[in-house]
Design a protein around this ligand. Sequence first.
Ligand SMILES: *Cc1c(COP(=O)(O)O)cnc(C)c1O
Length: 231
Amino acid sequence: MSIGENIDKIKSNIDLIKKEKGLDYPITLIAVSKTVDEEKVMEAYEHGQRDFGENKVQELTKKESSLNNLEDINFHMIGYLQSNKVKYLVNTAKLIHSLDRKSLIKEMEKRGRNEDFIFNCLIQVNLAKEKSKSGIYIEDLEELLILIENSNYVKVKGLMMIAPFYEDVEKVRPLFRDMKKIYDELRTREFKNIEMKYLSMGMSHDYKVAVEEGSNMVRIGTDIFGKRVYV
Ligand SMILES: *Cc1c(COP(=O)(O)O)cnc(C)c1O
């Protein structure tokens, strides 16, 4: 199947779930283009895809600079972010999904002030407390929220989670459900600089379960571009 057909297939799967579950909100599909060449990104773009996800700053900025002539193209930073790379995301990343610690806020404040740029972010939560993954632990979230409320160049637009991998995707359903509860609870509260607009969860392997449980932003690579080849 072509890239376009893959995108259509995912969208129709999502539409089916929306219908079944009676979900009336839009769900954003992010095509995860890490390791994928620009030609294939173009192919997806020509099919109407506008949001792309990268997990390395260098790869994101490279693709952004060669493709930013395309109208409305958006690059999302979805991978672990080192503080010393924050500066490269000024004017290149539409949304940073991996805000997960205080030191990043400090760096964003510094760069934001220098360049008069607002960093739009999602807070990455490590709900399963997997040692191998980044993301803030839930008990540390409130402290981070306070820091964000007191910042000038960081705006939070929601939450992100990477679920643990299980062959049986049903095993992650309770985690998606718990994240949705946290998201909904935060939505009832009034914050400065923080709104709960996006809940970014679901990848090729588990996006259907994630959408069923309330995700409104899915990050899909393999099911669009095929198996990644690392060189
Ligand atoms: C690579 C990646 C994805 C996409 O994974 P697939 O299994 O290829 O769909 C989603 N989110 C993050 C954070 C990733 O690094």
